[in-house]
Design a protein. Structure first.
Length: 70
């Protein structure tokens, strides 16, 4: 992994972390959706070498999966 990819993953992880701090008033389903989107974005970025399409696609898929988790 090169430096840019590491920074991208770290920035995405920090964004998810700070986003989750603001989730105290959210329903469980909303939290699962946000967590799924964050994990999907990081995974998509890592798997595609940091491409924007991979990051957005991963976020979309993760968000849908997180939304459906009960």
């Amino acid at each position: 992994m090169n430096t840019i990819q590491k920074l991208t993953v770290q920035a995405a992880a920090l964004t998810v972390l700070f986003g989750l701090v603001g989730c105290s008033g959210m329903s469980a389903q909303d939290k699962n959706t946000a967590i799924g989107a964050g994990v999907g974005a990081v995974s998509g970025s890592v798997l595609t070498g940091g491409s924007a399409a991979g990051t957005v696609g991963g976020a979309a898929v993760g968000g849908v999966i997180g939304h459906e988790v009960k």
